[in-house]
Design a protein around this ligand. Structure first.
Ligand code: A3P
Length: 345
């Protein structure tokens, strides 16, 4: 009898002990496991001088959980005041290109403790109705952040919309602009796939890609088709260059971001003048998804939504060849302007 009671007691103690260790591990994870993996370094220069009340990165990391709650709207005015949180205009914008990997880039940059993302596409500069609401409306759409963090938003329609460069220039002529590109024909097919899925969801019929991309009368590439036009990167970039010098742009290789994201992210950190904080630890390949997913710490992981990484329809090889030939001279010009060469066929 006594032996049975002792065994029961030992079992209870074991369960309690496991719970205590589990909670401890959870707490350790929440305060940011990244700090244990990398040295701390200050953010310097480009985003303004360090001031007296700057919060060191370590503190930012500690408060990330809190920020997350605030961003979900779970903060009182008192908490916002107490923690000195602000809604800041973006210091960098991912302006495109649609289907280039803009969401993956934003989410991956958000792993950096000094970056805060605007989760939704705001469409302030490309939508006249929104733009008419004024810059304060735009600022109020931004997430709460600490004053020395930088806010980044992405709206891929900005890249191709005529009025946007001038409007962004008027807000901040020294803003950093990120453009993520993919091999133009693949991007066009990805663009088509997204529209096709939307049509199918609404039970609508849609044309085959080949029919849209090639003009049936001339048998040439149909430059009126939006998915084709968007992939003529140099044409759009040239409009932006009327307002911003090329040094204010950074081109991200979207094809490489899929298979080897870290080096691409490190280049962006450098461009934004952020200390290198995103590491291999933050990115792990998920075989089920077939893509890299994000690891914030030992507790919080996430993959992108299923709408990212769709299976593309088969496209006639002669159409692909024709498109590649069509994009070739534009690509050469794009390499020349940006100083970044890709192995696009
Ligand atoms: P596909 O759906 O054609 O594969 P955007 O966010 O600009 O709409 O881009 C979507 C593309 O991001 C996807 O195109 C996908 O290939 C790419 N992508 C890059 N990294 C990804 C990741 N880690 N998870 C999911 N998709 C990713």
């Amino acid at each position: 009898m006594l032996f049975k009671q002792q065994a029961l007691l030992r079992q209870k103690l074991f369960v309690l002990g496991s719970l205590a260790i589990g909670s401890l591990l959870y707490l350790v994870a929440r305060v940011g496991s990244l700090d244990r993996l990398q040295p701390l370094c200050p953010i310097d220069g480009r985003f303004g001088p360090r001031s007296q009340d700057e919060i060191p990165l370590r503190a930012l990391q500690f408060k990330r959980g809190l920020l997350h709650e605030f961003r979900k709207g779970n903060a009182t005015k008192e908490q916002i005041r107490l923690h000195n949180l602000v809604q800041q205009l973006p210091k960098a914008i991912i302006i495109g290109v649609r289907k280039g990997g803009t969401r993956a880039l934003l989410e991956m940059l958000n792993l950096h403790p000094a970056v805060v993302k605007a989760s939704q596409e705001i469409h302030f500069f490309d939508n006249d109705e929104n733009y008419a609401k004024g810059i304060e409306w735009y600022r109020k759409k931004m997430p709460f952040s600490y004053p020395h963090q930088i806010t980044i938003e992405k709206s891929p329609a900005y890249f191709i919309t005529e009025e946007v460069p001038e409007r962004i220039y008027k807000m901040n002529s020294s803003i950093k602009l990120l453009i993520i590109v993919r091999e133009p024909t693949t991007r066009a097919i990805s663009d088509y796939t997204q529209v096709l899925e939307g049509k199918e969801r609404k039970n609508k019929t849609y044309y085959k890609f080949e029919k849209l991309a090639i003009d049936p009368n001339t048998c040439e590439v149909n430059t009126k088709y939006k998915a084709v036009r968007t992939s003529i990167y140099t044409k759009h970039l040239e409009r932006w260059l009327k307002y911003f010098p090329i040094e204010q742009f950074h081109i991200v290789d979207g094809d490489r971001l899929i298979i080897e994201p870290l080096p691409e992210l490190q280049l962006v950190e450098k461009f934004l003048n952020l200390p290198p904080r995103i590491s291999q630890y933050n990115l792990y390949f998920n075989a089920t998804r077939g893509f890299y997913c994000l690891r914030f710490n030992i507790v919080f992981n996430k993959c992108l939504a299923g709408s990212k990484g769709r299976i593309h329809p088969e496209v006639d090889t002669s159409v692909i060849t024709k498109l590649r030939k069509f994009f070739h001279p534009f690509n050469q010009k794009f390499y020349q302007i940006t100083g970044r060469t890709f192995n696009w066929p």
